[in-house]
Design a protein around this ligand. Structure first.
Ligand code: ZN
Length: 154
């Protein structure tokens, strides 16, 4: 653990304290660019926004969006107080965040625990929605997407 990580994790912790003052579950996050500048902050806003998706990481990721070209968060680091859930992990991946540093484990929703213990973790399995593939329109669906990318290449 290097001193930068300690410093930025503390900054995320400060965000978590802001959440507590707002009567939110106290989780905080920040995003740091490749030059070690804090470009975005966020804390949990699930109660205020009445939206279960508004985790600290999602708020920080959305707040950083104007900073990067094409919404790709190249060489950036997400610092978050609590182990990110799968949604936040995949959101960070989708935006191209290259590293995540978290401060405490979350046995119930944490993505690291999920990936390590998927087969033994019945808590997760219980919550996975029923997923069904219906291939009636599969060709049309894939053709539509392909035609979009073909058009972009011209
Ligand atoms: Zn999350």
């Amino acid at each position: 653990m290097n001193e930068y990580d300690n410093f930025f994790l503390k900054e995320a912790f400060n965000e978590a304290n802001k959440a507590l003052l707002e009567n939110e579950i106290p989780i905080g996050a920040i995003i740091v660019d490749e030059n070690k500048n804090i470009i975005s902050r966020g804390f949990n806003l699930t109660k205020k926004n009445k939206c279960r998706l508004d985790h600290a990481e999602i708020i920080a990721i959305k707040n950083a969006n104007n900073f990067f070209e094409n919404g790709l968060y190249k060489n950036s680091i997400l610092y978050v107080t609590l182990e990110p859930c799968l949604m936040c992990l995949f959101s960070a991946m989708t935006c191209g965040i290259s590293k995540i540093v978290y401060g405490a484990s979350c046995k119930e929703w944490g993505s690291v625990s999920f990936l390590e213990n998927f087969n033994e973790n019945s808590n997760f399995k219980k919550r996975i929605p029923l997923i069904i593939k219906n291939n009636k329109y599969e060709e049309e669906i894939l053709f539509l997407i392909k035609s979009y990318f073909d058009k972009k290449r011209v």
